[in-house]
Design a protein around this ligand. Structure first.
Ligand code: S3P
Length: 186
């Protein structure tokens, strides 16, 4: 059993292209825990891809679905959960996620993030229509960074692959022993 205990979730937060989903899968495999992706959960619940949800209902509707998804997952235990890049901006979502488990911010530069996602920008509604995706990402990241930094733990992912990032998170958990999330609330 990991010294962290078996009940807490590990929740990956951060910008598009930070590697939350790929790292989450690696980490779940490494720790032998179930993996759950919040965006996939929403897509299944709505029967539509994220891009279509934005197109049909707009961003406001999608944000409502994100908050509802967190409520539905609040009793989850022992899982690795990756989240969409904007879910953390809502204060209520953030405090629920901070209570649900150890929140890890996968920090990435806009340049690296763009490299990772440029092949499928059409699936990212916030970037799809941008004439200058790097500029859009840089601005969005600047707006969000203060909130992202409220995570329990920060791991820089720039020059690492998902397996390396997963191993780094696993090592942090093992080094620090059981986390007392109450004392880590900000
Ligand atoms: C969003 C990020 C996306 C997805 C949606 C909105 C955001 O998830 O939830 O397009 O606001 O940053 P990823 O971070 O997994 O790309």
């Amino acid at each position: 059993m990991s010294p962290m205990g078996t009940l807490q979730n590990i929740i990956l937060i951060g910008f598009m292209g930070s590697g939350k989903t790929t790292t989450g899968k690696e980490l779940a495999k490494l720790l032998n825990r179930p993996f759950l992706d919040l965006d996939e959960f929403i897509e299944e619940a709505c029967g539509m891809k994220i891009a279509k949800i934005f197109k049909e209902g707009g961003e406001h509707f999608f944000r409502k679905k994100e908050s509802q998804a967190i409520d539905l997952l609040e009793s989850k235990k022992n899982s690795v959960i990756s989240t969409g890049g904007g879910v953390w901006q809502n204060e209520e979502n953030r405090s629920k996620l901070l209570r649900m488990g150890l929140c890890v911010w996968l920090k990435v530069s806009p340049e690296k993030a763009l490299k990772r996602i440029e092949a499928n920008l059409s699936q990212r509604p916030l970037l799809a229509a941008s004439e200058n995706p790097l500029q859009t990402m840089t601005g969005l990241l600047m707006e969000r960074e203060t909130d992202y930094s409220k995570a329990h733990v920060i791991v820089v992912t720039n020059d690492k692959n998902p397996k390396q990032v997963a191993e780094e998170i696993a090592a942090i958990i093992n080094l620090d022993g059981p986390f007392d999330l109450r004392s880590m609330q900000k």
